[in-house]
Design a protein around this ligand. Structure first.
Ligand code: ATP
Ligand code: MG
Length: 286
């Protein structure tokens, strides 16, 4: 599987309709994908252990998608098996009054993973150039009116990229995933949520209202992804009609990225090694 096929190359203008939602990179069955995913989870467990022990880098995974694209289930499956002490998941909902009394990055900053950890954002700062743009929510944000002009989105993309560059240069590796689901598949999943009692809780009538704004959202995503896919914080467009493939691809991207960091367990000095030997002798002589 070539992960670069799913990478949005910095500086290229994307059109989501040109990206497949159904691609499975030649993998034929759910069973095969599951097997590969399990292998990747093993590798992730090992890499996470080194990430934690070396305490230098952190990894931030950002998940954005239309409703029912499978964010929750990807987070659940891909992160299963990882050490819970080294992971943290944040779900960003509509901002609170206190959050709205600050700039949009305030609540995000506080949720960035500390060194050694893997942080997961279920929705993120990108909502500020997606839902806020599509629904024209700026008027509720109390931003002084002189800053609300026709450059505000461009300015926000720049704020986001500056922030992500800052994270990168301080040891946080940022990966961003757009789970790309088709409009037909979304409909199927909504219907399943209505028909299946165990899935009713996942359905909200508001999701159907949002679906009416499908094209507006797709355009907002295209513009935001085009403006913010950078070498230091790349976007990947994940075909998500087949959940089993989306899970596998995300795991593959995580493993390849962590491998490139060349993580090592901390090396002990000669003095520390001698100290260990002394402790061993003491224990043996008890
Ligand atoms: P999800 O839809 O992510 O699975 P959920 O169904 O549990 O989560 P929702 O009530 O749908 O919960 O919460 C997410 C909602 O919050 C979305 O509609 C999202 O667009 C909105 N939201 C997130 N961040 C912002 C923001 N910065 N400004 C306005 N709305 C936001
Ligand atoms: Mg929702």
């Amino acid at each position: 599987m070539k992960i670069s096929n799913y990478l949005v190359k910095p500086g290229t203008k994307i059109s989501l309709s040109k990206f497949s939602t159904k691609d499975t990179s030649g993998i034929k069955s759910k069973e095969d994908a599951k097997e590969f995913l399990e292998k990747n989870i093993e590798k992730m467990i090992e890499l996470q252990d080194k990430l934690y022990a070396s305490d230098k880098y952190s990894l931030l995974l950002v998940f954005q998608a239309m409703d029912a694209a499978g964010k929750d289930s990807i987070i659940k499956h891909v992160m299963s098996g990882l050490n819970p002490q080294g992971t943290q998941v944040y779900s960003f909902k509509q901002p609170s009054k206190e959050e709205l009394d600050h700039g949009f990055m305030w609540r995000i900053q506080k949720a960035v993973p500390e060194r050694g950890r893997i942080g997961i954002f279920n929705r993120s700062h990108y909502e500020e150039v997606l839902v806020v743009k599509v629904h024209n929510l700026l008027k509720y944000q109390q931003i002084p009116s002189e800053f609300i002009d026709n450059k505000i989105w461009q300015n926000r993309y720049e704020h986001i990229s500056d922030f992500e560059k800052y994270l990168y240069e301080n040891g946080t590796v940022v990966l961003k995933f757009f789970l790309h689901v088709s409009k037909d598949e979304q409909k199927e999943r909504f219907l399943a949520r209505i028909d299946d009692k165990t899935k009713n809780w996942k359905f909200s009538a508001a999701d159907v209202e949002e679906r009416k704004l499908w094209n507006e959202y797709q355009s907002a995503y295209e513009e935001a992804i085009t403006a913010t896919s950078k070498k230091f914080a790349p976007w990947y467009i994940i075909p998500a009609d087949k959940k089993w493939f989306a899970r596998l691809l995300v795991s593959e991207i995580i493993v390849e990225t962590l491998k490139k960091l060349d993580l090592q367990y901390p090396k002990l000095t000669d003095e520390q090694l001698a100290e260990l030997q002394k402790c061993k002798e003491n224990l043996m002589n008890e």
